[in-house]
Design a protein around this ligand. Structure first.
Ligand code: NAD
Ligand code: AHE
Ligand code: ZN
Ligand code: ZN
Length: 374
């Protein structure tokens, strides 16, 4: 059991809109029901940039961002039974307690056991495990993976096969699982379906992989950055379109391309206008659109209710509907079995000191995923 504070490096977001700052921090030992993890790798997801931008109503500062990590258990707190030192783990921003109303429902992966404190940047007891010169630093999404060490509740860790390379399977902590899960769990795309994927970043490309795995026959990739098209086609997109190349709204272009609209669409950007297009490109009578992208505070979606009256369905998904503790280890096994690749996504790797480059690359549209190596 860890009893001492650990001093280590972390990237601290002191305030919205400013670059992260590499600091020496103190990480407290895990308390009752908690686990301290040595991070080995962390991907940088658009949601980290979203929160850093100040658009996230739950963004609190100073905080240690990062939620797409993988690591090794360094120590466990009192009462922890399902994990031990040395276990390989993926942190979960959607925990799985197995006993709350949500977990018991069988209808959702959105465990709410610790959601209130997690949303405030705190551990379940209402305090932080991170500090600098005694000043508390907030947690983020219950994970804070932009640090050499982090502390999580036991219910927020998935134990995975130790043979899995942590520098790749960190991407299963968010992006890749979200995209594949949205297709498989949320939409349940059937073989032979037509699918439109809006936004070909880490999430959209994973939705393309999911659609291909599901046996979709037409997979349309949509992005304003045509540099994304090559990889999208390699992963299974049958056609890629840039909305800026058309005078008509993109939903009309897709309806024309698909004899009335797609069976399923996925919005993987976080743009409420594109969310509308993604719904309206769906086939009358049955087309379903899944919102994955995260939009800022005060942003709202709209469409004519007639779109829903005439059979289109609007849904959303968090972490692809995947239950972290019971289902994520199977994603790792499927990756190890060669069902999908992760190295296609890793366009850049860097040390923690260079983490601001990862945000710049994302903004410029030159990366799919940057992975921080610790
Ligand atoms: P990303 O920045 O890597 O990719 C976004 C892509 O969208 C880019 O290729 C960009 O060129 C494209 N794009 C931007 N504006 C566009 C437009 N108007 N039309 C067409 N394409 C456009 O981001 P990402 O990491 O893949 O994340 C995508 C979104 O998903 C973000 O909003 C992120 O916060 C969200 N997200 C949600 C979940 C969830 O559980 N719901 C999980 C992970 C990420
Ligand atoms: N805090 C934001 C919402 C952010 C959000 O929607 N997060 C997704 C995961 S994005 C991962 O890259 C999610 O899981 N949401 C469900 C939840 O419970 O947070 C806001 O608008 O307040
Ligand atoms: Zn994410
Ligand atoms: Zn629960």
């Amino acid at each position: 059991m860890g009893t001492d504070n650990i001093r280590c490096k972390a990237a601290v977001a002191w305030k919205a809109g400013s670059p992260l700052s590499i600091e020496e921090i103190e990480v407290m030992p895990p308390q009752k029901g908690e686990v301290r993890v040595k991070l080995m790798a962390s991907g940088v997801c658009h949601t980290d940039a979203f929160t850093l931008s100040g658009e996230d109503p739950e963004g609190v500062f100073p905080a240690i961002l990062g939620h797409e990590g993988a690591g090794i258990v360094e120590s466990v707190g009192e009462g922890v039974t399902s994990l031990q030192v040395g276990d390989h783990v993926i942190p979960l921003y959607t925990p799985e307690c197995g006993e709350c109303k949500f977990c018991m429902s069988g209808k959702t992966n959105l465990c709410q056991k610790i959601r209130t404190t997690q949303g405030k940047g705190l551990m379940p007891d209402g305090t932080s495990r991170f500090s600098i010169n005694s000043q508390p630093i907030y947690h983020y999404m219950g994970t804070s993976t932009f640090s050499e060490y982090t502390v999580l509740p036991e219910i927020s860790l998935a134990k995975i096969n130790p043979e899995a390379p942590l520098r790749e399977v960190c991407l299963l902590g968010c992006g890749v699982t979200t995209g594949i899960g949205a297709v498989m769990n949320t939409a349940k795309v059937e073989s032979g379906s037509t699918v439109a994927v809006f936004g070909l970043g880490g999430i959209g490309l994973s939705a393309v992989i999911g659609a291909k795995m599901a046996g979709a026959e037409g997979i349309i990739g949509i992005d304003v950055n045509e540099d994304k098209f090559l990889l999208a086609k390699k992963l299974g997109a049958t056609i890629c379109v840039n909305p800026n190349n058309y005078e008509q709204p993109i939903q009309e272009v897709i309806v024309d391309l698909t004899d009335g609209g797609v069976d399923y669409s996925f919005e993987c950007i976080g743009n409420v206008q594109v969310m509308r297009a993604a719904l309206e490109c769906c086939h009358k009578g049955w087309g379903e659109s899944v919102i994955i992208g995260v939009a800022g505070a005060e942003q709202e979606i709209c469409t004519r209710p007639f779109q829903l009256v005439t059979g289109r369905v609007w849904r959303g998904t968090a972490f692809g509907g995947v239950k972290g503790r019971s289902e994520l280890p199977q994603y790792v096994e499927r990756y190890l079995a060669g069902e999908f690749h992760l190295n296609d996504f890793i366009t850049h790797t860097m040390t923690l000191e260079k983490i601001n480059d990862a945000f710049d690359l994302m903004r410029e549209g030159t990366s799919i995923r940057s992975v921080i190596h610790y």
